[in-house]
Write a new protein. Structure first.
Length: 360
């Protein structure tokens, strides 16, 4: 992720995506035929390259090029694909492993990824002007513009039509803290939900239901978040879903009550709120910057998000060892959500003020 800016300066989004997905297919072949820990480690390292170069960063850049309206919904649909995979594929993979072998499952994954690569090669285009098109909603946002022929003649792109703006250090600090807190809360927070309720005495069946409710709502809410963001903007949708996430984490602190209905309601809110941590970052990057520096901004914010997840990965375990349960971790996550709700509007206000000043 740290090198992705250099990566996509040298090659196009489409080429980069094809390289990453082919590598992902190779990863599963390595897993299928590995006979030593070293070979599995090589596969794991290569899979890190695939994730870093072909996750939400290139998807966000591509959606930003192709959509001037309904951009957040497009991001939601793209992001929801991974959520759907986590619901549909695990039973199929489990059946393949139990009926055939783990090696067969890995090889099937490799073939499936190659099929996805073929779809990318056939359908993906780097820019709308490559097909003689404008971004969706371009005329609605920018008004009447030059013809495709005129733009190609002058070697222009649609990204050149939005005034350039470079966020200040103050804006970076504000929005960077929000993304850092998002990474700290979303990854460790979501992954420790099962152990939170298990240590508070909930049965394995109830815990499985909690995770399922959260997962299903997470898939649906990605689409909902995108649609709402297109209607009311990234700031207000961000505050709305951050508020839902704050309430959900506060309710996690009441797991000690043993209330199953409360646990299910908490899972519902968690799944509803978590899309802000993935799609929200891509939306905020577009709102505080301009199209020409969007790839740089979204890359940096995604790296900060990943850094937050890395820094806080072991915090729940450390606090649980000290306090004897995971409730203090969710008190900390609630506090971080509260700070995010305060910092996000400050980032937007500061960015807007600087943008207006630059146009004077």
């Amino acid at each position: 992720m740290l090198l992705i800016g250099f990566y996509y300066k040298k090659i196009s989004i489409k080429t980069g995506a094809v390289v990453a997905t082919v590598c992902a297919s190779i990863v599963f072949l390595i897993y299928a035929f590995s006979t030593s820990y070293l070979m599995y480690s090589v596969g794991a390292a290569l899979s890190g390259f695939c994730y870093g170069s072909a996750s939400m960063i290139p998807v966000s850049i591509l959606m930003n090029r192709w959509f001037d309206t309904h951009k957040a919904l497009a991001l939601g649909v793209a992001s929801a694909g991974s959520g759907l995979a986590t619901i549909v594929l695990p039973p199929i993979i489990t059946y393949t492993i139990e009926t055939y072998s783990l090696k067969t499952a890995f090889m099937a994954e490799a073939v499936l990824i190659l099929l996805v690569t073929a779809i990318i090669i056939v359908l993906m285009k780097n820019n709308p002007e490559d097909k003689g098109l404008t971004p969706l909603g371009h005329e609605k946002v920018y008004g009447e513009s030059s013809s495709i022929k005129e733009m190609k003649k002058n070697n222009l792109s649609w990204s050149s039509l939005r005034p350039a703006y470079k966020p200040s250090i103050k804006v970076w600090l504000l929005i960077g803290c929000v993304c850092l807190f998002m990474g700290a809360v979303s990854n460790p927070g979501f992954s420790h939900i099962p152990v939170l309720y298990t240590t508070e005495g909930f049965s394995s069946m109830v815990v499985a239901a909690i995770v399922s409710i959260a997962g299903i709502m997470l898939f649906a809410a990605k689409l909902i978040f995108g649609g709402i963001t297109d209607k009311i903007g990234g700031l207000y949708s961000g505050l709305m879903f951050l508020g839902i996430l704050l309430i959900a984490h506060i309710l996690c602190c009441f797991a000690f009550t043993g209330s199953i209905p409360l646990a299910y309601f908490t899972a519902f809110l968690l799944g509803t709120g978590y899309p802000v941590s993935t799609i929200g970052i891509s939306v905020w990057a577009g709102d505080i910057g301009s199209r020409d520096n969007y790839p740089t901004i979204v890359r940096r914010l995604q790296v900060i998000y990943a850094g937050g997840a890395l820094l806080f990965a072991n915090v729940p375990g450390i606090l649980a060892d000290y306090f004897g349960n995971y409730i203090p971790s969710y008190m900390l996550f609630s506090a971080l959500m509260g700070f995010s709700i305060l910092l996000l509007p400050l980032a937007y206000f500061t960015s807007g003020k600087e943008r207006r000043k630059s146009l004077e």
